[in-house]
Design a protein around this ligand. Structure first.
Ligand code: MG
Length: 441
């Protein structure tokens, strides 16, 4: 018996619910529903016109319903009257295949056939910027190596504390907050969890940071590369796969503490990194961060080639500790559900085909890349990534032909829209089109 939201509303004095969902482009959409109507909405869902969102529907399609998952309920720490809910999309009595949360659940269920679950944590970097997006918000944050700058961090104490206090209250287990490698850039870390929980929290985190930043007179952006000369916003993920209680990635006998299962899973991600870039780096602006020219701080902290290593941040995959690895490919515009879903799909391909990722590289990839001319490179621009996705048998099989076709079609419309107005050059300033379409990603 699932939780009764109407009862919970009375107990917790919730007056309104935000019944929300994320579309294929990662846009968070909602209806604000008074508590007196929640019983019916919990059962039948909140109605939406699918065509009005990024889901490849037509204006003639019937209503689409967002059915909230009561387990995802969050009472907004900064406004207790409101309860936030993540939802799955349904249409004509069936789940919508192109609903990203449904796509993730499908991958979770595929993985569960092997009695496995994935746990993950995400590191969502963001900038605090001026209202018009033209500059960072703090004019004194000008060091060329600003990473971990205590003064710049503490000038934002009121906001950072409110976000961190909120995470404590919600039980997420936050454990550190810092100023990152770009001027105006911050990161806050909380505990890893089951991948669906992490995906819902990732969606909520972005909403929370933007909302609380606004409350403090600031603007927050997760845009992959809002400023051409500064390090971009990554969204690294730490991955492990478990049976009920055991971490199946852990093998203390291995040099990095990873099991055969982990290397196979990792091998799948290496093999499918190019097509999956279309999910992991989904915006035109994403490709200013991938294969990036050097930044003001001296490093881009983002990958260019498909390689893995031990505790070495210059590779696409880093193994920082026994029993898990970090995928450093994704950026702040990644759809939180497709991030997790893409990793599982690739990992399953690796497990099923017992893929061997080969020997790790231990070099400084930012300097030594010229010594590895045969190493596979990541896509250099969005159209290359979309074409890879379109041609990927494996990803099409994992997600279904129609979903991939829809995604490719919508992304191509977006790409055409950009090239009507602009051209893409990583060495020139970020265009107005990118800012208008990505600052609030
Ligand atoms: Mg970081």
């Amino acid at each position: 018996m699932s939780k009764n939201l109407s009862k919970i509303a009375k107990q917790k004095k919730i007056k309104y619910f935000l019944i929300s969902f994320v579309d294929l482009f990662g846009v968070l959409r909602s209806k604000l529903v008074p508590a007196q109507a929640i019983a019916d909405m919990q059962k039948n869902g909140a109605g939406f016109a699918g065509f009005a969102t990024w889901l490849d529907m037509t204006p003639a399609d019937t209503d689409m319903f967002a059915i909230p998952d009561p387990d995802s309920l969050i009472q907004l720490p900064w406004n207790k009257e409101i309860g936030w809910l993540a939802s799955d999309l349904w249409m004509g009595g069936k789940p919508v295949d192109a609903s990203p949360r449904v796509m993730l659940k499908k991958q979770i269920s595929m993985l569960s056939k092997k009695n496995l679950t994935m746990k993950s944590g995400v590191e969502c970097e963001y900038f605090l910027i001026s209202q018009d997006g033209s500059n960072i918000a703090d004019p004194r944050d000008i060091q060329s190596k600003p990473c971990y700058d205590q003064s710049a961090l503490m000038r934002r104490y009121d906001l950072i504390k409110e976000i961190c206090d909120s995470m404590i209250e919600m039980g997420w287990g936050p454990y550190q907050n810092d100023h990152e490698d770009a001027n105006g850039q911050f990161e806050m870390n909380w505990d890893y969890a089951d991948c669906l929980v992490t995906a819902d929290r990732h969606v909520f985190f972005k909403y929370m940071v933007k909302s609380l930043a606004e409350k403090h007179g600031l603007r927050a952006t997760f845009m992959p590369k809002p400023f051409q000369n500064l390090t971009g916003n990554g969204c690294h993920a730490h991955i492990s796969v478990w049976t009920e209680k055991n971490n199946k990635f852990l093998d203390n006998g291995d040099r990095y503490g990873l099991s055969k299962v982990a290397y196979n899973f990792l091998g799948g991600i290496m093999k499918l990194a190019r097509p999956l870039s279309a999910f992991f780096n989904p915006t035109i602006n994403s490709y200013r961060r991938i294969n990036a020219p050097p930044t003001k701080s001296g490093a881009s902290w983002s990958p260019s080639s498909i390689s893995y290593s031990g505790n070495n941040r210059t590779h696409m995959i880093r193994i920082p500790d026994p029993g898990r690895f970090e995928l450093r490919l994704m950026d702040g515009s990644v759809n939180p559900y497709l991030l997790q879903a893409g990793i599982i799909a690739a990992g399953l391909n690796g497990l099923n085909n017992k893929l061997d990722p080969g020997e790790p590289l231990t070099c400084n990839m930012y300097e030594d890349y010229k010594n590895y001319p045969n190493l596979a490179k990541l896509p250099n621009e969005i159209d290359e990534a979309i074409k890879e996705l379109e041609d990927s048998k494996e990803i099409t099989e994992a997600f279904g032909e129609q979903v991939i076709k829809s995604y490719v079609k919508l992304k191509n419309l977006e790409i055409n829209d950009f090239f009507k107005e602009e051209s893409f050059d990583k060495n020139s300033p970020v265009t107005d089109w990118e800012k208008n379409n990505t600052l609030d990603c």
